[in-house]
Each structure stands twice: as C-alpha cells, then as structure tokens.
Design a protein around this ligand. Sequence first.
Ligand code: SF4
Length: 352
Amino acid sequence: MGYVFGPVPSRRLGRSLGVDPVPLKTCNWSCVYCQLGRTRPLTNERKDYAPPGDVVAEVRTALEEHAGGVDWITFAGSGEPTLHASLGRMIRDVKGLTAIPVAVLTNGALLDRPGVRRDLLAADAVLPTLDAGSEEVYRRVNRPRGGLTFAGLVEGLVAFRREYPGRLWIEVMLVQGLNDSKESLAEIAAVLRRVGPDAVHVNTPVRPPAERWVAPPDVETVRLAVSMLGRTARDLAPAEPAFDLSPSADGTDAVLELLARHPMDLGELGGVLPRWSVAQLGEALERLRAAGRVGTVTRGGRRFWTSPLARYADTDRASRSHRGSRSAHAPQKVDPRTSTAATEPAKRIKQG
Ligand code: SF4
C-alpha cells in the first residue's frame, strides 16, 4: 500500500479510510500547526502526483480487507489533495466501487478555480479550512504560497457553497495568540456568515505542530469561539474512538502508512494496536527508527512518532542521526508481535 492508510479514527468521520494522492509534503500552505511539519517547497502546481488508476486500485483492495470496517473514505494525508489534477476522476471512480460516502479534507485555497470546484462536486462531504478572517492573520497562520490571497480563499468558499449540494463542513483551527482574539473570531464569523456552511468544527492543535511555539487556546477561549462562530459551530472534543489495526495483513506496514500521515504517541498507537503489548510496540518502533523508517518529534512533553521525512522546526535529533536511505514506503518486516524487550518507558503511555 502506498496511497491508502488506516482506517484511522476520525472525530468527524468515524472509521475513516484515508486516500493520499500526493507525496509528503505537497501543499500550497505551510500552516504553523501542521502535524506533518513545514512545507518545502510550497507549490500550486496541479498535476497527477500519483497514477489515478493505481490509487483507485488500492482503495478497492483496502475495502476488501476492511469490509464492514469503514465509515467514510477520505481524501487527505500528506498534503493538499486538490493539487492532484485527477482528483475528480478518482472520487467518481471510488464512488463507483462502493456506497461508502467519500469526503475530501482540503485547505480550500484553490476553490476559486472552477475546475477544482467541479472536481469536488462528486464528494459527499468537503471539509475546507478557515483559520483567518483577514489577509494578515491568513499569512501568519497558514503561510500560503505567493499569489494566494485571502480574498481568493473567501471567494472560492462562497462560490463553492453556491454550487455544491453536499455537506460543507468548515474547520477552524485555533492557535493561541494568533487567531483566538475576540477581534479575530469576529472576523472569521463574518466570513462564515457569507459562506453558510452546514457545520463549523472548532479545532485546536492536538498533533505535533510544525512550530514548537504553537499552543492551543484555553478552554474558555474555545467556548467563546464556539459561541461566536454561528449556530452550527461545535467543539471537536479531543477524545477519539479506539479501534483495532492489529488484524491487518501486514501490521507493520499499516502502522507505517498511518504514522506517515498521522503522527501518534505511543499511548495512541497502543489504542489502535490493542493486541500488541506496549513493550513490543516500543521495541519495534525503536528498531524502525534505527532503520530510518520512522522519526520522532517532541511537543508538550509528548514524543510523537512520525514520518522520517517530515520537517519539523526541531525534529528529535536522534531520529535524524539514525535516518537511513530507505523510502518511508519501502517494505521492511519488523513485527512487534515477535519482540520481547521493553525499550519505551511505561510513563510515556500515560502521557498519550
Ligand atoms: S495543515 Fe494541511 S493545509 Fe496546512 S500545511 Fe499542513 S497539509 Fe497543508
């Protein structure tokens, strides 16, 4: 598997089978809170980053493997999916395979392009981002590629809402001191009133952010945001449902595919691999790190396991020094179920 990961537990989409049509990290924004690290280079180029037929074939295989265990199929992952030039074709082809609904997570930066809006029409839900209500805050939080403007972002959202009959759920990611003041929230609320989404999801950074200084606002501020951002706004509670990836045909590869798009700490990994002991899991991860197959980054006292290719402001040094030349997707058999020694302190589990 190279393009499909999970299912991952999603607060909005239940058991979400991820489809990742662009390589790490192909994006036209470099959000300060991005869990995949900094974007380099920023790109606005739409092209076939992956063969569409191969992507759809992997979805078909994954659906057979996880029959009955998928609530949504979600285009997301290592960057901005609308940069894939054949996104529309892939969505339509996936919908031809199954009745499971299809969602697209997008930053929405290209929605001012009619072709991108057309591509998204076949999806059952589109989840764009709106973290700013002004050009200045847009640049500070999302750090868009040159040529992308806040006015373009808003016009794209308004045009898409007019044309799109499906569910439009907008996410607002709040970062302490950047976009959580009353003034900033009022500006975001004004844009949301223009767009008229079906739901607004207020989120805070719970994954390792690209920049170390990024912090979530306090509970009171989140409550204030929910009250100010319209009647459809709700807080995305941090609790995520546990589920079991252990029975995957190749558990190690499944975990690597997951970590490449969704960094997790050891406690969270234990939640999705309940049949593996923490000791087994910890040892296997250390071995994978030594082989350059995973990296780590520490945020807020939590050590997250990541893609070794992700560029954080200050990736844990040990993971860089152990980095090998293998691709993050190259297969390597390291089975935690056969490991015995504990290398990860148990206290880390409690921090997860
Ligand atoms: S959070 Fe999404 S939009 Fe922002 S830099 Fe990361 S991949 Fe791009």
